[in-house]
Write a protein that binds this ligand. Structure first.
Ligand code: GLU
Length: 419
């Protein structure tokens, strides 16, 4: 059998191929030359399976879709507090190239607009690095996200440098408040190189999958940034990633995303998928017209809206029933699926119904796929309390989803065959 996903992506592109208008960005002369009919979509799963359709291997410059990754590198190296003292996290409500500084702190409002991204660029690597060294640091970091060595499109870089006066003035402006480190012209040059890194739509999906996979590139297996950094980056993408349409985007599409003036969109659904789209014609706020359509389709068809989560706790306790264990009457509590807070809360409620007394309780996790930190703490606390009520507890946990606590009561471990 052939998986239906590529056919589905082809169909989405066919349906989003019409002439819906839009203009190429022309303030960077080289971008105004991009062929208007280029169209691509790619999806990458957290285990590295890539699906694509259209011109997914054609390179374009990453532009603003580099901003979340460079923010991630700065956070990884300096920590949240230090980075936050230089760049805020509030949507600006202004165009991407405005002087959006917080009046009191003088910080750029967020790292997804130019003034914030130039500042973030200056925070990557040690302050002693010269402009070339800092850019190389950024390039290597973005390459780690992509799982391949990325390079600069020199023609686009030269073209943007000719017209980068607005970014130069933003950099000088933000140096006056102390948020930008180093020489403003060097930082604009490094930032412009960063924006001129050439990627494909497939690369964008893979870079997104590294974020969706909590910071580990699915193919190289290398950790690029920590899960907490990913959480911070995706939060800021959610509120500030789609220019001045971030609110409309998150309510309609519901996928943390960042778009770039080359016509690309990077989308990341944590734990599920990295998305790349490319089509050069932009709408009036600067987002790719067809890219937005494609993402809307993907979200609607595949239920990818972040806020569309369905309750899962009601199925977590699969069964509660009697069992004979070593000739003694026991109760078996069989769980299934993933156990996070809401599922563990259901389990706690079920455990409170068990009668007090000496009968052993067998907690059977053989159908549990995963227990997160909170789920683990709650299940272990439930085990401890049942034991205080007089029960002996045995756990069946073939996948080691619920390791023993470091101290305190340790339940007996049984294999499935011993039941
Ligand atoms: N290099 C572009 C600029 O600074 C990036 C803008 C964008 O993609 O939003 O103007």
């Amino acid at each position: 059998m052939r998986t239906p996903v590529p056919d589905y992506l082809e169909q989405v592109l066919t349906e989003c191929h019409g002439d819906e208008g839009g203009e190429r960005a022309d303030y960077i002369p080289e971008l105004a030359q991009a062929p208007l009919d280029r169209l691509a979509v790619a999806l990458c799963t957290p285990d590295g399976t890539l699906y694509s359709a259209g011109d997914a291997d054609v390179e374009f410059t990453i532009q603003s879709a580099s901003k979340p990754f460079v923010y991630a590198l700065a956070l990884e190296e300096r920590g949240w507090k230090d980075v936050y003292s230089h760049v805020g996290t509030e949507p600006s409500g202004e165009a991407f190239n405005e002087i959006s500084l917080e009046p009191e702190s003088g910080r750029p409002r967020n790292p997804m607009i130019n003034i914030g991204a130039i500042t973030t660029h200056s925070l990557v690597g040690s302050p002693e690095l010269d402009a070339d060294e800092r850019f190389e640091h950024v390039r290597a970091g973005l390459s780690a996200f992509a799982g391949r060595e990325l390079a600069v499109d020199e023609a686009v870089f030269a073209s943007e440098m000719e017209t980068a006066d607005r970014n130069r003035s933003l950099a000088y402006m933000v140096r006056t408040t102390g948020a930008l480190i180093g020489d403003p012209l060097d930082q604009v040059e490094g930032y412009t190189r960063q924006c001129s890194i050439a990627v494909t739509t497939a690369d964008l999906a893979m870079m997104g999958a590294t974020l969706a996979n909590a910071g580990v590139n699915p193919i190289s297996g290398k950790r690029v940034v920590s899960p907490l950094v990913v959480r911070q980056v995706l939060s800021v993408m959610t509120t500030c990633g789609m220019y001045d349409a971030a609110g409309d985007w998150i309510s309609a599409v519901g996928i943390p995303a960042k778009s770039g003036v080359s016509g690309c969109i990077l989308g990341v659904l944590p734990g599920q998928v990295g998305i790349g789209t490319f089509s050069p014609a932009l709408d009036s706020v600067g987002n790719s017209v067809r890219g937005v359509q494609i993402c809307q389709r993907l979200s609607d068809d595949m239920g990818l809206h972040l806020m569309g989560a369905v309750p899962s706790g009601q199925h977590t306790v699969r069964d509660i029933g009697p069992l004979t264990l070593d000739g003694r009457e026991a109760t078996r509590v069989q769980l299934q699926g993933v156990v996070r807070f809401s599922e563990a809360e259901r389990v706690m409620r079920a455990l409170t119904e068990l009668p007090e007394g000496p009968d052993p309780v067998v907690l059977d996790l053989s159908r549990v796929a995963q227990v997160d930190q909170v789920g683990r703490r709650m299940l272990l606390e439930g085990v401890r309390r049942l034991h205080l009520d007089g029960h002996d507890i045995a756990i069946v946990d073939p996948e080691d989803a619920l390791p023993d606590p470091d101290e305190g009561y340790r339940p007996t471990r049984l294999s499935l065959g011993e039941l």
